[in-house]
Design a binder for this molecule. Structure first.
Ligand code: HEM
Length: 156
């Protein structure tokens, strides 16, 4: 990502943050409209879920110019998402819901350049999460005994 794009991300995130509850409501309403089949995966209340999502996006935005430190955190987050029932295919629809939410909450502030910056940013973080999930799946398969086919300590 370019320094200009990072600047646009930070600036728009600063506008979203004070409206975190509204942003979360808009985001989840849009997500469940686009993908009603993922609704049952979300077990905690929407307020705490929204706070976590905002924290994570905020952290990711603040670390964009230090990709090394961001990488391991995102891979671990992706691995945890396996336990939440997240499939690789869900990342695209979550990305669409995120962009639609930004467009609704930022209004005219959601310029084509801001949209491009968020699109690239989401592609980057979701790619790292998907990589982390893939690595965790391999670890889990490797911990099953190949000789007997009896599951080991992996997640099955
Ligand atoms: C870049 C994309 C995403 C980010 C930054 C993100 C971030 C988070 C964070 C920070 C949490 C809190 C728990 C934790 O830290 O382990 C969480 C939980 C969760 N996420 Fe994500 N997530 C993303 C994509 C997705 C996708 C694609 C799905 C699939 C539908 C999903 C479904 C969930 C679920 C089901 C939970 C647990 C919620 C609950 O128990 O109520 N997330 N996410």
């Amino acid at each position: 990502m370019t320094p200009d794009q990072i600047h646009l991300l930070r600036r728009s995130f600063a506008k979203i943050e004070p409206k975190a509850s509204l942003a979360a409501l808009v985001f989840y309403r849009r997500l469940f409209e686009l993908a009603p089949q993922v609704r049952h995966l979300f077990k905690s209340d929407i307020e705490s879920q929204s706070a976590k999502l905002m924290d994570m996006i905020g952290l990711a935005v603040s670390l964009t110019d230090r990709p090394g430190s961001l990488e391991s955190e995102l891979r671990e987050l992706g691995a945890r998402h396996l336990d939440y029932g997240t499939l690789d295919a869900h990342y695209a629809v979550v990305g669409t819901a995120l962009l639609d939410m930004l467009s609704e909450v930022l209004g005219d502030g959601f310029t084509p350049a801001t949209k491009a910056a968020w699109t690239e940013f989401y592609a980057l973080i979701s790619r790292k999460m998907i990589e982390g999930a893939a690595a965790a799946r391999i670890d889990s398969a490797a911990s099953e005994s190949p000789a007997t086919g009896v599951p080991g300590k992996g997640k099955g």
